[in-house]
Design a protein. Structure first.
Length: 347
């Protein structure tokens, strides 16, 4: 197992990446090789500062950094030696099995598209976000990569999200829901109505249309939508969680009686926080590409990076990329009323 880690970018610099790697190694994470891609002097200094030495570590120099302010496609042309490109080039060349980055989301997606390419039969790659709920997490696809979609794209997102939920989240038969403005079969615009008809023809565990209030009611394991809707859902969930915890903290500190009550209920609050902690899921996988890629949030701390490494290892062990390729080929054949082809050959 060989993983290329883009050490640059993000809000907190290389320190959190190295710290998360150290946590993962101490927890039993044993890769064959971890390529630390970025500015060599900064990486080596951070390794010395944290006292991290391991035979699996290899530093790969990349002089440039793709910043959050860079426009993805133009920046990739102007910064060919940036760490995101170098990490994905290792995957494209077969030297690494997966890449992880907390850099510019658009840059990572564009680099994956140009450097790796999509799996056979996949029309559009997608960003999947794992969103925790009080019962269990659901996979949101697409979480912001593709603003304009066709019905077949939504079907392919459903296939990819279902594979990820089954193999990584360990959901035996993921329930797939199509985000809409109502549950009735005829609801929605032309896109969702046509996607609904196609999804009904697939062997997926499709439960039909869902609404916003179904997201946290344990009705679905995979939520399918275009990238515009998905990104609104994702950002709303993130901001609502922060707002709710902030409000709760302020109210519990209003007076001594409330503070004493909070102390008594401390275990319950800690359990709830752990259950709803997005850092446990590492980041957002980019699905549908000829390589395994995980996007870590730019503000992530060490625990999120540790989770990202463990989740990436699990994704590789469960052959998620290969399974997606097989099921996309079978679904395309089914919708086109032709025999399913043999499994596509992947590098």
């Amino acid at each position: 197992m060989r993983i290329a880690v883009d050490v640059m970018g993000g809000d907190h610099g290389p320190g959190v990446v190295i710290g998360g790697l150290r946590m993962a190694l101490r927890s039993g994470f044993r890769p064959g090789v971890v390529f630390l891609v970025g500015q060599q002097d900064r990486i080596e200094q951070e390794l010395r500062d944290q006292g991290l030495q391991d035979d699996c570590l290899r530093v790969v120099h990349a002089a440039e950094v793709l910043t959050m302010d860079d426009r993805p496609v133009q920046a990739l042309r102007r910064k060919p030696d940036c760490s995101i490109i170098r990490a994905l080039e290792l995957v494209a060349a077969g030297e690494a099995d997966a890449a992880i980055s907390m850099g510019n989301t658009g840059g990572i997606f564009a680099a994956a598209t140009f450097k790796l390419g999509r799996l056979p039969g996949v029309d559009r790659g997608a960003i999947a976000a794992v969103i925790p709920t009080p019962e269990r997490a659901f996979v949101l696809v697409d979480a912001g990569a593709n603003i304009e979609c066709k019905p077949l794209h939504l079907v392919q997102y459903a296939v990819m999200g279902s594979v990820y939920a089954r193999e990584v989240l360990q959901v035996a038969s993921p329930r797939v829901g199509l985000m809409n403005v109502g549950r009735e079969d005829g609801k929605g615009n032309e896109l969702t109505q046509e996607a609904f008809k196609l999804l009904k023809r697939t062997p997926l565990n499709f439960v039909g249309n869902i609404e916003g209030h179904d997201l946290f009611a344990d009705r679905v394991d995979v939520v399918v939508c275009d990238g515009f809707v998905g990104n609104v859902i994702l950002k709303t969930c993130e901001s609502l969680a922060l707002a709710m915890f902030g409000m709760l903290k302020r109210e519990l500190n209003r007076n001594l009686k409330r503070r004493l009550g909070a102390m008594l209920a401390g275990n319950a609050f800690r359990t709830l926080r752990r259950r709803l902690d997005p850092e446990a899921y590492g980041g957002a996988p980019l699905l549908g590409f000829r390589g395994t890629v995980l996007k870590v949030h730019g503000s992530a701390r060490e625990r999120a990076w540790c989770s990202a490494l463990l989740i990436t290892a699990q994704t590789l062990r469960h052959h998620v990329r290969e399974t997606i390729a097989e099921q996309i080929a079978a679904t395309n054949a089914l919708l086109e009323d032709r025999p399913a082809p043999s499994a596509p050959s992947l590098p």
